[in-house]
Design a protein around this ligand. Sequence first.
Ligand code: UDP
Length: 460
Amino acid sequence: MAPVMSEGEAPHLALLPSAGMGHLTPFLRLAAMLASGGAAITFICPTPVVSAAEAAQIDDLVSSSPSFRRLEFPLPPFDVSTAASKDPFFLQFESIRRAASLLAPILSSVSPPPSALILDVTLTSAVVPVARAISLPVYIMFTSSVWMLSLCLSFPRTASRDGAIEVPGLAETLPSIALPQALRDPKNLFTIQFCENGKAMADADGIIVNTWEALEPATLAALNAGKVVPGLPPVIPVGPLHPSEKSGPSALPWLDAQPDSSVIYVSFGSRTALPPDQIRELAAGLENSGCGFLWVLKTKKVDKEEGEDGERAMNEFLGEDFLERMEGRGKVVKGWVNQQAVLRHPAVGGFLSHCGWNSVTEAAVSGVRVLAWPRHGDQRINAMVVEKSGLGEWPKEWSWDGDDETVRGEEISRRIGAFMVGSAAAAAKVKEQANGAASDGGSSHRHLEHLVAKFKIRRH
Ligand code: UDP
């Protein structure tokens, strides 16, 4: 995205991320973009972080330019037995939320005083009142689709009818199977936080989203017309948020040896490990599809736990000779790849994705078609957006976390085979719209300029 500010007028912004790469990534991208236009950014970093990847990404960005500063926000010890979840990321959200009152002195100590605080959605209900108490304008960074935002704003005021969920103010309904698993349980920590944050978003000055007008036009229009929540602050689509060009090494050299559009990239994001049986079926499916593949294999949820046993885990899950049989055609990576670079590589013709929102927007930017295999949370909602936009397909009958069924290798290979020879025309159009929105004069660029102008008014 082109810089949006002129020199000498830079505002200073405080950014408060929460946990998990899916939440951190859009923050870092927004920060890099604002800084490239001259803004000073202070990151307020809750510590300790959950995963090693998060710590590394923050360090990289902060050390890349004097525009960034980092302020530690040490989290007091937190008794996890008092929270209704075992998920390390949700527990971290809770830990930060419970420590919110400690933020007031930290925010007040930031010098020069920030024009605004931009905070991760998971912290909304705990942190908005703190910002309000010190008269600091506060913006929410919503890290998923605006369909998911609509659900968050209205849950549990939704209605369920004939296998579909109706969200007040939206004409389009959601298939019931797409409701995030946790929301079926009102006592689940995710549900509690989701409802509280949804309500509190109305008290913010704006909601920033990593989407663009052409991707979810009807949903955005309904939100900004106050149809979902009357009096909602502006929902500001500034996406797709691009990584800075300096962000990481190029794609794997292995891809250079593959024919154009021949490889399906397989990744379930930064925090999703398939069950062992499903990993084996996926391996069989990839093998029998006859397609080239690049598979980022995760066997544990948090990367810190993976240790140096990658090779051993690979053999244990895939069988000793799988990699030998696949030599030349398929590659399995245990660890972090530069996904943006992979998706930009001409050899990559499809993306079997869990549909984390960042992955969806990254696929859109590169015009890579998505075969959606959502696993939990907002991912089926995002898969619906993928399908509707033309970016890809979603086999709705494929199971996700909590279902007993395992999707069989034969089904996976059949589906991948058909997918890889499908037309890329609709995805190319999504790519054009995505890049158009982010370039000079595009809708997202204009929204961001307008937002920055507001920050400047506050500063002077
Ligand atoms: N990612 C990456 N390399 C990996 C795995 C993930 O660069 O090996 C990045 C990916 O490009 C995306 C983010 O991590 O920007 C994952 O966010 P997403 O919302 O797609 O899914 P989540 O990890 O939150 O489920």
